[in-house]
Ligand binder design. Structure first.
Ligand code: K7E
Ligand code: CUA
Length: 620
């Protein structure tokens, strides 16, 4: 350990002691050498602000995108402690996800997904703590139930959509989650040469319908667009409720080297979608069946979508808490543009258009913009506080700019280490943001951690936004790849700790060891298994080679944290069963022999003894 590292560590320990009150009343220690522009008192304040004493709880849950890991990482804020990983699109041996029959079927043979934007369910524009929807770049949306933090549905791939990036972004009462294609392609899996891109390839803006009671997702509507690359979305709220906004790049309809070919025009677009009108059109039976989905063509169904010009190659689009402003930025510019929803409505009413793109009317930039805010270089995403302030991430400047809505004045900037992408404020995209905390989700960690070789973590930086000036509080490190995250007040979630026995309706559930055993019928074997400390019953599962074997495992515990596992490597079986839960795993016993199985989760002093044998009798 270098002298500098020791100093840093000493500083941290002192700060923690101050925070814990151990040094309270004494003079603050002299400033340790630090790479941060902060003195000892600042460090002590930061330490106190993020220190959660043993046994105490964090104030917020942070649901953070795991990118192409296909997972969601859950952190506590302000401690930034990693609490749990929710596997969504990727098998996760730690919880047995993707191994048992149900979760395996849900994954549909796929073993990864590219998660971008977690979206908490809302009621009246507030997070209601019921579900978390999360998109995947390849046309899927998943629903996580926040009662048990488990993925309960994977919907899609949605036909006609390739590269579903502008998603999941739910509407204020969780009627819909957004979808759109970033990579335009011929619809219905058709084929056309790339030189026909501008005409034969189509973009799609879509929405997935959500059942308000169960959260179950199903096909909503699709709107055909020119082959732009739809990038991000946000749902309107309050005055703009019923509308949704989507950014695009490549309004040039170019192919080839897009960094050049798709940057020729000065402006791209933000699509303004009247989703209620689209819903009504679908309910009236409008639309053409393409690839198994009703697709609305704006030429035939006017009044559902408009385009407003925006700075070249915009990325995020974010609606202010009151729904009045839509913030979007050309990501190569030094300003972010604030569009005014009232002005958009007026322009639409007056039919004040400059032209159209494949039947979609184009609004005038000057008609609909309110301000260009000089936030700094490379504005990507904006989040909101409770007090009329907005926070914009600047990728090129590697900083966050704080600015005031209405006066459009930039009041503060704080550097990020390094190259911030998204940012997340506490309940920052609801109708009533909490303020307090802002997290920069950075693309690179830039050496601010112990060296772990070339594959380095990404970083999340916690910022205090209670005061006039933003203050850096904490560096946390995450696995690839951070995109968006959402932060919800912890007291809005009430997760269960065990599955109540009465609620278990699984047809193969058993609750008494005397019901455990193996039955055989017509080439199939069914083993009903009880898991309870510290025995797997039956201890031997005997089958014949070639039989299709289903093992139904019920964990009959009703005690918090008493999980049991069932591991059997020879057949790639790894199931974890929570208290009160039943899971099945099915396989063909094609290898004769004796194969030990065992409980994988440490469950008691006699956990080691929780074992048994699968005996596969060879063909005679
Ligand atoms: Cu990384 Cu929203 Cu996919 Cu921006 S996205 S940075
Ligand atoms: Cu059950 Cu270990």
């Amino acid at each position: 350990m270098s002298h500098k590292q020791k100093n840093l560590m000493f500083g941290a320990v002192l700060a923690a002691m101050v925070a814990a009150g151990i040094l309270a009343g004494r003079c603050a220690p002299s400033a340790p050498k630090s790479r941060r522009p902060a003195g000892a008192s600042d460090l002590a304040v930061a330490a106190q602000a993020t220190y959660i004493a043993p046994g105490d709880l964090d104030e917020y849950y942070l649901f953070s995108s795991g990118g192409h890991s296909g997972q969601i990482y859950v952190y506590g804020v302000p401690s930034m402690r990693h609490l749990v990983t929710i596997p969504v699109y990727t098998p996760y041996p730690a919880t047995g996800y993707g191994f048992d029959d149900d979760s395996k079927a849900m994954l549909g043979g796929l073993t990864w997904g590219d998660v971008h934007h977690p979206s908490l369910s809302e009621t009246g524009g507030e997070y209601d703590g019921r579900w978390l929807f999360v998109n995947e770049m390849n046309g899927r949306i998943a629903r996580v139930d926040l009662r048990d933090f488990k993925t309960r549905q994977i919907f899609g791939p949605m036909p006609n959509i390739s590269g579903n990036h502008a998603s999941a972004f739910v509407t204020p009462n969780t009627e819909y989650a957004m979808m759109a294609s970033r990579f335009s392609a011929p619809l219905a899996n058709g084929a056309a040469p790339i030189d026909q891109y501008a005409t034969a390839y189509k973009g799609i803006i879509a929405a997935v319908k959500i059942d308000p009671k169960s959260g179950t997702t199903s096909q909503g509507f699709e709107i055909m667009t020119p082959p732009f690359d739809w990038d991000l979305a946000d749902a309107g709220k309050k005055v703009s409720e019923g509308w949704a906004f989507f950014t695009c790049y490549n309004s040039e309809r170019a192919t080839g080297k897009l960094e050049v070919t798709a940057s020729q025009r000065d402006r791209d677009y933000i699509a303004v979608v009247d989703w209620r009108a689209a819903e009504k059109a679908i309910n009236e039976g409008k639309g053409d069946l393409i690839g198994g989905v009703k697709v609305l063509d704006p030429k035939k169904v006017p009044g559902i979508i408009y385009l407003m010009p925006c700075g070249k190659s915009p990325h995020g689009v974010d609606v202010s808490p009151d729904g009045k402003y839509i913030v979007g930025s050309g990501k190569l510019q030094g300003v972010t543009t604030v569009f005014n929803f009232e002005k958009i409505q007026t322009a639409i009413r007056k039919q004040d258009f400059t032209g159209n793109e494949d039947g979609i009317p184009v609004l005038k930039y000057e008609d609909v913009k309110d301000a260009e805010v000089p936030v700094g270089l490379g504005p990507l995403h904006t989040q909101f506080g409770p007090d009329g302030y907005a926070y914009t991430s600047l990728f090129v400047d590697s900083a966050i700019a704080k600015w005031k809505m209405g006066t459009w004045e930039v009041v503060d900037k704080i550097p990020m280490s390094y190259s911030i992408g998204h940012l997340c404020a506490a309940e920052g995209d609801t109708v009533s943001p909490d303020g307090k905390y802002l997290i920069g989700l950075n693309k690179l960690s830039h050496g601010r951690h112990l060296n772990v070789g070339p594959s380095q973590p990404e970083s999340s930086q916690l910022v205090d936004i209670t005061g006039e000036k933003m203050k850096l509080l904490y560096d946390a490190f995450t696995e690839p790849e951070p995109h968006y995250a959402q932060m919800i007040k912890a007291d809005k979630l009430h997760p269960i700790e065990v599955y109540p026995k009465e609620g278990n309706k699984h047809p193969l559930a058993i609750w008494d060891v005397k019901d455990a055993g193996v039955t055989h019928q017509g080439g199939k074997a069914l083993a009903k298994v009880v898991l309870v400390r510290s025995t797997i019953t039956p201890q031997t599962i005997e089958v014949s080679q070639g039989e299709t074997v289903t093992v139904a495992l019920t964990n009959i515990e009703q005690t918090t944290d008493e999980l049991h596992g069932f591991g059997l490597l020879a057949y790639n079986i790894n199931v974890v069963v929570d208290p009160g839960e039943t899971k099945t795993v099915t396989f063909v016993a094609n290898k004769a022999g004796v194969y030990p199985f065992y409980c994988t989760n440490f469950c008691s002093a006699l956990h080691q003894e929780m074992q048994g044998y699968l005996i596969v009798k060879p063909h005679a």
